[in-house]
Design a protein around this ligand. Structure first.
Ligand SMILES: [Cu+2]
Length: 256
């Protein structure tokens, strides 16, 4: 379990209050009385076939995220974020976007889900600066879990129930890789497929019981960042390689 010394020494009074709020199973997860829990059911955008579930807890500036996804393009990196702002909602999946054949591109839905406020990276920085740090995002379907710190503003937004979990990367033409002639509206060096939203779910105030068993066992982001720094360096060339591969396969797209 991820427990700090402070939590172990929780006064009996607080422990009793915790039991009252969450019941026995909630207390077993060592969440304090000031913990906000959120859950999002992610459904597909762009006919991606992707779906997922996100569980988020916020205590002070510490955020714990668990995010399971399925139906994502295999072996390809998927940027994943918490967007905050706009109407704090996901776009209508049938909205007409600026992408090929009306595909929804990331900025098309900014008025719905706002801007990237948290980058759900595997390691290192989680700020909007890492929104497209492709070498630090999961590939294919993922069972993601991490604990990290956010700014006061982001923590407050999440505590108010504002925010949406968004998964990116859609293989519109079904050829198994990110390609196509249209470039990303976030980074003109990437195909739009690499950044188009694949699934979105609004974070809603949830119940602690919804967190799967073992949910809090592996989320110590404070050491994960250090342990994985070697892997981070090793993965530095991945984005470039992936982009090169995508361009090399463009001709296959043209033959479609
Ligand atoms: Cu995003």
């Amino acid at each position: 379990m991820m427990r700090t010394k402070t939590k172990r020494m929780l006064p009996l009074l607080a422990a009793t209050a915790m039991l009252g709020t969450f019941g026995a199973s909630g207390a077993a997860l060592a969440e304090g009385p000031d913990t906000t829990t959120l859950e999002a059911n992610l459904t597909q955008l762009n006919d991606s076939g992707a779906s997922g579930t996100a569980w988020v807890t916020v205590e002070g500036n510490e955020v714990h995220v668990k995010l399971d996804s399925s139906g994502m393009l295999t072996d390809s990196p998927h940027a994943q974020h918490i967007h905050i702002g706009g109407k704090n909602q996901c776009p209508d999946p049938s909205m007409e976007g600026t992408g090929a054949d009306g595909a929804i591109r990331t900025m098309d839905a900014a008025g719905d889900y706002g801007a990237v406020q948290v980058s759900l990276t595997n390691d290192g920085d989680t700020s909007p600066d890492s929104a497209l740090a492709v070498d630090r995002f999961p590939t294919g379907d993922a069972s993601y879990e991490r604990t990290f710190e956010v700014s006061d503003e982001v923590a407050e937004n999440l505590r108010h129930g504002d925010g949406s979990a968004v998964l990116h990367g859609v293989d519109h033409n079904g050829n198994g890789t990110y390609d196509g002639d249209q470039m990303s509206d976030l980074d003109p060096s990437l195909p739009s497929e690499a950044t188009d939203p694949a699934a979105c779910g609004v974070l809603e105030m949830g119940q602690m019981e919804a967190m799967p068993e073992g949910g809090a066992e592996t989320g110590d982001g404070t050491t994960a960042g250090i342990e994985n720094s070697g892997a981070l360096l090793a993965g530095g060339g991945l984005l470039t390689a992936a982009a090169a591969g995508a361009f090399a396969l463009r001709k296959r797209h043209a033959q479609k």
